[in-house]
Design a protein around this ligand. Structure first.
Ligand code: PMP
Length: 428
């Protein structure tokens, strides 16, 4: 993407056309990893749907319901194609990635509580079985597995991180064994940006008979992703990090994996037959979508995918790689900053977190905010990873296809400014 193309893209986002702040500064938004801004087409798609086509999907026989259902299911097909699912039925709507991961972990819990569906035996877990995660996981891909382990008697094991917060294929090979039943890990770490070798990991997991659950929150918005080619059983991601609305997330599943998973949330519209004693459930995906769904958000997510496809994920990834390289090189060149994660920009995607020697991340964050540089500070929902790195918090800048070189430089300048402002002694 040329500077002119980036400028054109930015013009499509109302957020980036907002007037400067009261202090006269424009905002450098470097927090897309937490939540991304939305193009006008996404905002319009939701508004137009609500103004002209809003009705209860999958309920009733009116033409209006038919049109709304078509929009709702059309978006499902668009997402399926975007992430390499062969059929729209492999896409389940959730509230966000957290919810999508819980659908899997809680579903396996139901299967073990005697509430399975046909094929649920594959999810049998108990004493002696292992659930494997990594020490770098976001809490959303850790706590549901802790709870499942507590419920079933299985052990929760983890691949420890190395000094830079990354882990390797060999580390995973060592940890995966015939007792491993579930292997859950992030495609891209939200702290180190480290990209896991998913296809190789999924193949090893399959060999030992474990299912793979991929946290794809930080990959789907930034690089081309094909879950079928990667060979994972489940994958979860959030609409609001990929130019889409809040309140909508996605669970992808391989057909056999989804079919054997029982629902953990139950109620209206996910069923075929109900008596006073029991219920029979629909096949996926509707089995996992009880109650009224976030229809306008689904439509908005469809528009977000259309926007991303028009730009092209390959082009977006190449552009973001340039930005991340600039970010990483700037951090490495600045004494007193500790870069978390891989030093080689080719091994990371879309973000970089630093620890500033002698400063708490919240002080850094406040200084950056005064400069109009919006980043995320804290533990980024990854406390065990920060603990392993010997720190309590860090400062994370994340880029997106609309980020400019100037914004990256403003972040780097502001970090150096914070060092000066707080008179941090920096060894030359
Ligand atoms: N996993 C990762 C790697 C993330 O970055 C996030 C969002 N910070 C989540 C899971 C949770 O996403 P959400 O809050 O949208 O459910």
């Amino acid at each position: 993407l040329s500077p002119a193309e980036v400028a054109e893209l930015r013009a499509a986002f109302p957020y980036f056309n907002a007037p400067p702040r009261e202090d006269g500064r424009t905002v450098a938004y470097l927090d897309a990893a937490a939540t991304s801004q939305r193009p006008g087409t996404v905002l319009d798609a939701e508004r137009v749907f609500l103004e002209t086509a809003n009705s209860a999907v999958h309920r009733g026989t009116s033409g209006a319901v038919g049109a709304a259902t078509a929009a709702f299911e059309g978006a499902r097909a668009a997402i399926a194609a975007f992430v390499g699912a062969s059929t729209p039925e492999q896409i389940v709507w959730a509230e966000n990635a957290t919810d999508a991961l819980n659908i899997v972990a809680l579903g396996i819990g139901e299967a073990n509580a005697g509430l399975g569906v046909a094929g649920s035996e594959r999810y049998q877990l108990g004493m002696g079985d292992e659930i494997l995660v990594t020490e770098a996981e976001h809490h959303a891909n850790l706590i549901p597995w802790q709870r499942l382990a507590m419920k079933t008697g299985a052990s929760l094991r983890y691949i420890p991180v190395r000094e830079d917060g990354t882990w390797t294929l060999d580390d995973a090979r060592e940890a995966l064994n015939s007792r491993t039943r579930v292997f859950a890990f992030a495609h891209v770490s939200n702290v180190t940006g480290f990209v896991a070798p998913v296809a190789e990991l999924a193949a090893i997991a399959r060999e030992v008979g474990a299912i793979t659950v991929l946290d794809a929150c930080q990959s789907v918005p930034h690089i081309p992703v094909d879950f079928e080619a990667l060979g994972v059983d489940f994958a979860a991601f959030s609409g609001h990090k990929m130019l889409g609305p809040n309140g909508i997330g996605v669970l992808y599943g391989r057909p056999e994996a989804l079919e054997a998973l029982p629902p953990s949330r139950t109620g209206g519209s996910a069923i075929t037959r109900v008596t006073m004693e029991a219920a029979e459930f629909m096949p996926p995906p509707l089995r996992f979508e009880p109650g009224t769904q976030p229809v306008s958000q689904v439509v908005g997510l469809g528009a977000a995918v259309a926007f991303s496809e028009e730009v092209g994920m390959r082009r977006a990834a190449a552009r973001e790689h340039e930005l991340v390289t600039r970010l990483v090189e700037g951090i490495i060149a600045t004494p007193g900053l500790r870069l978390l994660g891989p030093v080689d920009p080719a091994e990371r995607v879309a973000l970089a977190a630093v620890s500033v020697d002698g400063l708490h991340a919240h002080d850094v964050g406040q200084f950056l905010d005064e400069q109009g540089v919006l980043v995320r500070v804290g533990h980024h929902c990854a406390q065990p990873l920060h603990r392993a790195l010997g720190i309590t918090s860090s400062t994370r800048a994340s880029v997106h296809l609309t980020t400019t070189e100037d914004e990256v430089d403003r972040f780097l300048d502001a970090l150096r400014g914070a060092q000066r402002y707080f008179s941090v002694e920096v060894a030359a």
